[in-house]
Design a binder for this molecule. Structure first.
Ligand code: FAD
Length: 406
């Protein structure tokens, strides 16, 4: 660790994705005179998950009622809408339909409806005729679920606007600032040391590694899953609603779906195929052999997990490397989808999914851990983009009330 140069901050946030920016914003809203510094290793904002996602403002009906996701997604959806309105970032009110492909999926659909009601999220079970009125291109078996509060925005526009609000509140957002080490009270960045009253780890795909520097979360390893997308050449607005299948509740992924972008384009994805290293977006960019070795050692633990339908996941996800296969899956939800129309690759993203080593379980909920003079946001997987402002509020309150220390 380099020697401290006298650069002192009350709060240093490692990671300037949507979660790190939201945390800095929430801290400054509470302590406007504090010196808050956000450090991100990339030269541009939202270079990772926060700029490589579907931009869907989730409603919050998927999640077990006692989970953080259930509580913070509904609140986050409202907070993000309010923020976008204030910052002039457009939102497209698409709503979303979840459709069934056969009678076997009806029970799971009704469970989503029950969860939505339990989570205080507006959801409605609809029949095929009501579905036709909402989204003429989608088909379902007997019933579907309608979620009017699901929407979409451009995630990069949101990140830029939020970074501006952090700066307006007096915070610093430093790009190209890779943290190479940290310990209680001190962060090493580009050979310089910053002293910090408190450190928050919001490092996304590297959050486990940063937590381990503090002796926190040793029982977790990152197991990255890659999301690929294909854009359609349809006229903007031809698809009006997001169209999702019923997910397998044993796995933390939602299945191949169709979403509408904020400018009305249709896209298919994302997949949940294993990534070979953390920032494995395609090609050999950011290749890390040591990370690949770690993934290769961690993956077999997941493969033998009794908690998930691993064979089913392998069977359904691996073929999605083939565009035609993915498009065929989407055509089960929207039959007018043709492979020839969905040929433009979207920007892939990688999910920062944690595996709990002792139980071999993929962590389904957000995980927040306190360490010495530090707080660690682990497993900020979907829908942490939707939930970020509410997650930040929850964490900052937790730090001040020492709720995470108990
Ligand atoms: C394919 C895909 C689709 C998704 N779709 C949705 C969706 O539609 N709706 C939704 O709500 N959620 C969605 N999500 C989830 C959502 O994108 C994430 O939950 C959210 O972006 C997490 O934000 P973050 O700030 O934790 O992570 P990130 O955006 O990854 O930010 C972490 C930051 O930490 C920085 N960093 C890492 N290590 C260091 C270091 N050593 N020094 C300095 N900086 C460092 C990185 O550069 C990065 O910018 C999706 C995710 C994926 C992958």
């Amino acid at each position: 660790m380099a020697t401290a140069t006298g650069n002192a901050a009350d709060l240093v946030v490692i990671g300037g994705g949507i979660v790190g920016l939201s945390l800095a914003d929430a801290w400054l809203a509470r302590e406007p005179n504090d010196r808050v510094v956000v450090l991100d290793k990339e030269s541009e904002l939202a270079a990772h998950a926060s700029g490589r996602n579907s931009g869907v403002l989730h409603a919050g009906f998927y999640y077990a009622p006692d989970s953080l996701k259930a509580r913070l997604t509904r609140q986050g959806n409202l907070a993000l809408r309010a923020f976008c309105a204030e910052a002039g970032v457009p939102i497209r009110e698409t709503g979303k339909v979840v459709v069934t492909r056969n009678a076997n999926e009806l029970d799971a659909l009704r469970e989503l409806h029950r969860r939505g009601l339990a989570n205080d999220v507006p959801v409605e079970l609809i029949d095929a005729a009501q579905l036709k009125a909402l989204e003429p291109l989608a088909v379902t078996h007997e019933q579907a679920l309608w979620s009017p509060s699901t929407a979409v925005a451009d995630p990069i526009a949101v990140a830029r606007a939020l970074a501006n609000r952090v700066r307006d509140r007096g915070g610093q957002v430093r790009l190209g600032a890779r943290v190479t080490g940290a310990a209680p009270g001190v962060v090493e960045v580009a050979g310089e040391c910053l002293t910090a009253g408190h450190i928050i780890n919001a490092a996304g795909l590297y959050a486990d590694r940063v937590a381990h520097w503090f002796g926190v979360g040793e029982e977790y390893r990152m197991l990255p899953f890659k999301g690929l997308y294909w854009y359609g050449n349809w006229a903007p607005g031809r698809l009006q609603r997001h169209v999702y299948p019923v997910p397998d509740p044993r796995n933390p992924f939602l299945g191949v779906h169709l979403t509408v972008t904020v400018d009305g384009r249709a896209k298919i994805g994302p997949t949940a195929i294993p990534a070979l290293w953390r920032e494995d977006y395609g090609g050999l960019g950011n290749l890390s052999l040591s990370e690949s070795w770690q993934v290769a050692r961690t993956f077999p633990k997941f493969l033998t997990s009794p908690h998930h339908d691993v064979p089913g996941l392998v069977r359904t996800e691996l073929p999605k490397y083939l565009r035609r296969h993915m498009v065929n899956q989407a055509a089960e939800l929207v039959p007018s989808v043709r492979a020839a129309d969905f040929t433009k690759r979207g920007r892939p993203g990688v999910r920062a999914q944690l595996l709990h080593l002792p139980t071999k379980k993929l962590e389904m909920d957000f995980v927040v851990r306190s360490g010495p003079s530090s707080t660690h946001v682990l497993n900020a997987v979907s829908p942490a983009w939707t939930s970020a402002l509410a997650v930040a509020e929850y964490i900052i309150n937790g730090i001040w009330t020492r709720a995470f220390d108990r």
